[in-house]
Design a protein around this ligand. Structure first.
Ligand code: ZN
Length: 121
């Protein structure tokens, strides 16, 4: 069942947004691959502080990549729901999510009401 609450123009806008985000994420994941490799620092050439710095930076890079990977999975799920005409509905209550919310978070699975219930529980 196609989403009655979204016009074709709006749907096209959202799918463009998702595809754009997907491309950017893939590029970002590609670019940061080296950053999350284990730190191999010569202890004689770098001080202890910069070694800790490097480890912290690496941990941030790993967390960042993890976030991007999860986002990419969510985007891919949304894109496949487009193909099934199921995009734009809350997975929890089945209501239409609404264009404004989708514009901000085109990969979202839930409407605002369900999302806030989940975050508060
Ligand atoms: Zn809902």
């Amino acid at each position: 069942m196609p989403n009655q609450d979204l016009t074709t123009t709006q749907l096209n806008q959202l799918i463009d947004l998702l595809k754009h985000q997907k491309k950017q994420l893939q590029k970002q994941l590609e670019n940061t691959r080296a950053d999350s490799q284990p730190v191999t620092l010569d202890q004689q050439s770098v001080g202890r502080v910069s070694r800790i710095d490097a480890i912290q930076q690496q941990q941030m890079a790993i967390a960042n990549r993890e976030q991007n990977k999860n986002l990419l999975i969510a985007i891919n799920k949304s894109l496949s729901r487009f193909d099934n005409d199921e995009y734009g509905f809350c997975l929890e209550c089945g209501e239409a999510v609404g264009f404004k919310r989708l514009q901000v978070q085109p990969h979202t699975d839930f409407c605002l009401a369900c999302q806030s219930v989940m975050e508060n529980s």
